[in-house]
Design a protein around this ligand. Sequence first.
Ligand code: LLP
Length: 424
Amino acid sequence: MKPVPLSLLPDTATVRADGSLAIGGCNLLDVAAQFGTPVFVYDEAHVRARCREAVAAFGPGRAVYATKAFLCGAMARLAYDEGMLLDVASGGELFVALNAGVPADALTLHGNNKSLAELRMAIEAGVRHIVVDSFDELDRLDTLHAEGLAAPKVIARITPGVHAHTHEFIATGQDDSKFGFNLGNGDAQRAVDRLRRSPSVHLEGVHCHIGSNVFEASSFAKAAEVMAKFAAPLDLPELVLGGGLGVAYVAGEEAPTITQWGNVLLDACQALGVRSAVSVEPGRSIVAQAAVTLYSVGTIKQIPGVRTYVSVDGGMSDNPRPVLYGSGYEAFLPRAVEAERPLIARLVGKHCESGDVLIFDAALPADLGVGDVLATPVTGAYGHSMASNYNKLTRPPVVFVNDGTARVVVRRETYEDLVRCEVV
Ligand code: LLP
């Protein structure tokens, strides 16, 4: 197998004369030695560049970072500083963004089952928009208005009936979905009619999100067409077309760039005569390729005639995507980035179950040994954010590298953190 494609690595990745890899001017082996493993290492310049690309492609105020992909205070501030607004999908995400100093009027609250408390929190904070997802949520907004809260600006989430070609767990635009008001059965029209009449809210626009990790620009254009047709007679100021742009995770995959995605969507909207401001909510495409996870190899087990298992010091608790979605990843050794990878092995974690697989058939250098630092690229989205404490592993730190400096923005959890919420 060929070396790991450098195109999967963060923008500032450079191979040094000795064959080792630096990101943000920091040697990854030094980062591993300084902060320990496992560790998420983010190329700050890469994240900033993707935020700027999104703002340039869609315009100021029209590129909304979906924080579910990766959120901590440093990330929230970075995205906001680069001109993005932020989408939060729970009271917790809202809290983290506000706690980071992002103004409430830069935040949109999402969620298919927002509680009264979450809605109250968002309205009291003064968020920019609440994306209304259901009739029950409308009832809750009425309740809050009756309590005396101000009427928030809202966007109606529409399920356009467009099937995105992606894993079924992350496809959301089809009719059979827990999200939004279905277009096909008239719910969308009923919701919009009620929202327009309601004194509890100000309806500002409609929204759709067809799914995540979508590679085909045509799926987005189709959704834009369906939404534009629905939205035209409403004549509302906002049309939000969600996130979902895919990224390449493994050799041979190719995804549209944010700029190309912008061109497809905005051209489609222009051709359809859309007058509303068109905005999007990218998450994965902003952060996925910005990070690599560094692990240490601890155990290598060869079963002649069967396979080789390579165990690292993390696993499904820092990257559940292979187990959840069957997602593929690549692996390489930061000490020898351009090495051929003839060894095919199962890369596994340290959790107490056989399903704890990071890469089913990883291609690795032949001289891989115990103690090696091993990296998996494209782990910047939905890795840290979906991390767990399974088997009471402590969640890894997040390190931002930039211009030769590595700084921890989320520290490694300690054993004390594991018992912090225990009472008695
Ligand atoms: N907007 C809405 C309303 C969403 O539901 C999502 C993602 C996004 C934006 C951002 O989508 P992105 O640009 O990141 O594709 N855990 C899964 C992905 C779940 C995505 C959920 N919603 C994974 O690891 O693939």
